[in-house]
Design a protein around this ligand. Sequence first.
Ligand code: CP
Length: 320
Amino acid sequence: MRLIQRTQGSELSSTSRDFLAIEGLPLAELRAIIDRAERLLPAAVGEAAAEERLRGRVIANIFFEDSTRTRVSFEVAAKRLGAAVIYLGASGSSASKGETLIDSARNIEAMGVDAIVVRTSISGGAALVAQSVACPVINAGDGRHEHPTQAILDMLALKLRLGDLAGKRVAIVGDIANSRVARSSTHALVALGAHVVAVGPPSLLPAGFDQLARGAGSITVSHDLDSIIGEMDAIMMLRVQTERAAGIGIAPDYRSSFGLTAARRQRLRKGAAILHPGPVNRGVEIDGAVADDGLDSLILAQVSCGVAARMSVLLRALDR
Ligand code: CP
């Protein structure tokens, strides 16, 4: 059917089943995706039988940038729902011979897959793929742009811990400039009515970040973690993404100024949640003992929520 459409010259465009960004997602839809993920959580972690609502479907994971959590959790999510998964990476594929992301996606789609999950270093790359194929496309992280399923899992982990996020104060700390996680989660938090404080050195905090998102919440910026840490309901630590641009390094005083050290952790409010999207650089943006704090660190809970979040998004794309 899709081949016939293409040879007839019909225009390919992204569909409402694509999941490319949190920005612009209607609030009711954001809530529905999070709520469905919450209902799916027992099945996601194997504590309840999953309904195999995607049995017979084939999902392609095209990951042209490295990943542990996102890639594997999309695969677990698809398999929990009964779908088959194929994986295409930059290494070991014809990307190494110069084939573009778009050509790769179009060739994979021509094999009849039902949906494409894409990760790329190209900001806006997921939308380019969506414009080039007819099947639903899910953004698994595109450059500095967005990581929308990470935002869903972050909102779910926070909701399970804090309840309604309206009015909650969440610090996002570190390399804001290069972080698609910061962008997607800020859009989600502001839409849900939370107050975001973006914290980092001036070199890693882009001008205008406080105007990024619209919603019932707000965004402020700070270069002084110690001045705000005691007021937060949650703190999300980010890795400095040295791979994003040549010349980015980690300043010698980064940990003492912006790291969640064991000493600084004592200044958090009792019960404040600690998040990190991973991968963690222990002893840089967060101390190992803080990351492993079984009481307040949600880092592994985030990973569990990631399977449920991706099940929810896959069902939105394919369960009709
Ligand atoms: N949080 C996240 O995107 O991790 P990976 O890069 O391992 O997928």
